[in-house]
Design a binder for this molecule. Structure first.
Ligand code: SAH
Length: 393
């Protein structure tokens, strides 16, 4: 039996069912586990704590699969966990053929992310434990969902922390159809599974796109960091007077324009600009432009708590400019997907931006990730996406 024994007093987080075991909490390792192998975790006094996947190179030295001493971590265990995650999605997501089926730690499967885009699945292996069993998981997922194929997008920076190289390509079954489209609240959208950002699409913003679309009627809309135009299409669908979409990625903008062409929407009301949002907002200000609805959905400026300082400046900068460009009575939908940024701090930053913009502003709504991105109460780190709807004046 391979066993980790923790230092005295370091068992607390596991007793609270937080799944991470940091290297600094470990007193002793008995045996020589391979990467991803299941190990037993015990407290200093010998009390059983968890079964966990060992990760030799990571600061997070092991991630718990189960807190039940009598549970076997075998194929059947993973099938049960997958089944459970899938069952929960059925009642959570009604209006899209793009769904996050497995959301890592929050679904009791640390390091595993699975998104469904119509007939295909995209899998990310973010931990040594998942890496070691991804073939089996892909087969099980195909059997459980009837998907035609599982494509791997394990090309994310966090893999480095696990000592894992970036990997992309087909894991099981057939390649995704080309082009691949999903239907979200009646809008068709291309998803580039092989080359798009993340797993090809930002499913976490689905409900917020829909909500903001319903607020867009008659408004001049500015969509910053538009990616493939999700918010832009929702705004046009909702009756926006004009929608200006900005992103620094030419590929993303190409897909955004293709998405517009896929749908019966008034294309003459839409324009797309390839630019750095930080510079472009200043240009719009200098040109004296103004808008009724501005969306700011930037990439994560603070991947971890260490980056919060510089991230805070960046968030304040774009929000200050955004508030200035807003007409009185206008709406700012502003987001952060930075794990290191708390909701409290984010709100303070926006408040600071309003002070510097010399405007009255009030929060009228709050946003979170869509319900297929649950947050386990034992794993608050999973609560990464926060948003505010702010009305000016
Ligand atoms: N709102 C989108 C997701 C945004 S993801 C949706 O609903 O699908 C963040 C986007 O910001 C990416 O498309 C990325 O290309 C873009 N981006 C990152 N830095 C940027 C910058 N400085 N200026 C403009 N776009 C940027």
């Amino acid at each position: 039996m391979i066993r980790i024994t923790l230092k005295p007093g370091r068992e607390k987080s596991l007793l609270h069912r937080h799944p991470w075991i940091f290297s600094g909490a470990i007193a002793r390792l008995d045996g020589v586990p391979t990467a991803g192998e299941t190990v037993e975790v015990r407290a200093q006094d010998g009390r059983f704590l968890a079964w966990a996947a060992y990760s030799p190179q990571s600061q997070i030295r092991a991630r718990a699969w189960s807190f039940d001493e009598h549970e076997n971590i075998d194929d059947d265990f993973f099938r049960r966990r997958l089944e459970n995650a899938l069952t929960q999605r059925e009642e959570l997501v009604e209006a899209s053929t793009g769904v996050r089926l497995v959301h890592g730690e929050s679904d009791g499967l640390p390091g595993l992310v699975v998104d469904r885009y119509g007939p295909v699945l995209v899998l990310q292996a973010l931990s040594a434990g998942v890496e070691a069993r991804k073939q089996t998981l892909a087969q099980q997922l195909m059997a459980l969902t009837g998907a035609v194929g599982v494509y791997e997008r394990s090309d994310v920076d966090v893999r480095q922390l696990e000592g894992l190289p970036p990997v992309t390509g087909l894991l099981a079954g057939a390649l995704p159809p080309d082009p691949l489209t999903i239907d979200e609240y009646g809008l068709r959208m291309h998803v580039d599974v092989a080359a798009g950002q993340k797993t090809g699409f930002y499913l976490d913003q689905r409900e917020n796109r829909h909500r903001i679309g319903r607020l867009a009627a008659g408004r001049d809309v500015l969509n910053c960091f538009c990616f493939t135009g999700g918010f832009s299409l929702a705004a046009l669908h909702g009756g926006a007077r004009s929608v200006l979409s900005v992103d620094s990625s030419a590929e993303a903008l190409q897909l955004a324009e293709a998405n517009l062409a896929l749908n019966p929407l008034p294309a003459e009301r839409a324009s797309f600009v390839e630019a750095d949002v930080f510079k472009y907002l200043r240009l719009l200000r200098d040109q004296g432009k103004s808008f009724d609805l501005i969306i700011l959905d930037p990439p994560k400026f603070a991947p971890t708590a260490q980056h919060v300082q510089s991230a805070a400046r960046a968030y304040k900068d774009i929000n200050l400019l955004g508030l200035k460009l807003l007409r009185p009575g206008g709406l700012l939908a502003t987001f952060t997907c930075s794990g290191g940024m708390s909701a409290e701090l984010f709100q303070k930053i926006i408040a600071g931006a309003a002070v510097d913009a010399r405007c009255d502003a009030r929060i009228v709504e709050r946003f979170t990730a869509a319900p297929d991105h649950p947050v386990s109460l034992a794993f608050p780190e999973g609560d990464y996406l926060k948003g505010l709807l702010v009305r000016k004046g």
